[in-house]
Design a protein around this ligand. Structure first.
Ligand SMILES: NC(=O)c1ccc[n+]([C@@H]2O[C@H](COP(=O)([O-])OP(=O)(O)OC[C@H]3O[C@@H](n4cnc5c(N)ncnc54)[C@H](OP(=O)(O)O)[C@@H]3O)[C@@H](O)[C@H]2O)c1
Length: 205
């Protein structure tokens, strides 16, 4: 919240303005746990004071399953969002993602491109690129979103890349919506999840 002022939040385009007389933020994230549990709870409780009027929901970043569990058990307003690194070293956060699924918490992945060159080069991604004529970045985003039910944070600084990703994801989503592709999609999802499992296994060798 450093350097942040609610007065700078615009009302423009806010369809709920009539119901909400002041500006609000959709989500505020605590960047990580603080050095002690006491400090973390203190920060969280300070954020809770603004929910739901100034802040609609709260989230936490860079958490382990143990930390997330502890937080959920100790606070009044549970996290609605978890924002974590998605990479091989953390076994793709399988345990945290499962906890999020079970507790209706939105899991958002970052480092999807930066730390997953092996996935971008994988057979499954390359297959989708050839078959659907999309970029490998969009193909990987799609497999993660559809296969794992994870939201992607796209860190591009390029308008061209962002436009391309959106167009390719729309293309893939339309293709996925065609009922005749159900079996192919289910296979892709299973294979993708299995490939992550294989990588976890190999990493332990
Ligand atoms: N909560 C946290 O603690 C935390 C920590 C880190 C990041 N984040 C957030 O996560 C988001 C993602 O950032 P990230 O660091 O994980 O980056 P990322 O999405 O894994 O990678 C972005 C990098 O990939 C390159 N790239 C090449 N082709 C691309 C394409 N087609 N589409 C997108 N990128 C392409 C980008 O270059 P170009 O710019 O040239 O496209 C950029 O260098 C950001 O919004 C960031 O703020 C959150």
């Amino acid at each position: 919240m450093r350097n942040f002022n609610f007065d700078t939040v615009s009302h423009n385009g806010d369809s709920t303005t009539a119901a909400a007389p002041y500006p609000y933020l959709d989500t505020v994230l605590l960047h990580s746990f603080l050095p002690t549990g006491r400090e973390t709870l203190e920060a969280w409780r300070a954020m809770e004071l603004f929910v739901p009027h100034r802040i609609r929901q709260l989230g936490i970043c860079n958490v382990s399953l143990t930390q997330l569990h502890a937080l959920c058990n100790s606070v009044r307003i549970k996290p609605a969002v978890v924002q974590n690194r998605f990479y091989q070293k953390s076994n793709y956060d399988c345990d945290v993602r499962e906890f999020c699924r079970e507790n209706n918490i939105r899991y958002q992945a970052y480092w999807v491109l930066k730390k997953n060159h092996h996935l971008l080069d994988s057979d499954l991604v390359q297959e989708l690129v050839r078959e659907r004529g999309v970029s490998r970045e969009a193909a990987l985003f799609f497999l993660i979103q559809r296969g794992l039910g994870v939201a992607i944070l796209d860190g591009t600084t390029s308008v061209e890349h962002m436009r391309g990703n959106i167009a390719d994801l729309e293309k893939l989503t339309s293709w996925a919506a065609e009922t005749t592709n159900g079996e192919r999609l289910a296979w892709l999802g299973r294979e993708f999840e299995r490939s992550l499992g294989d990588m976890e296994f190999l990493q332990g060798q």
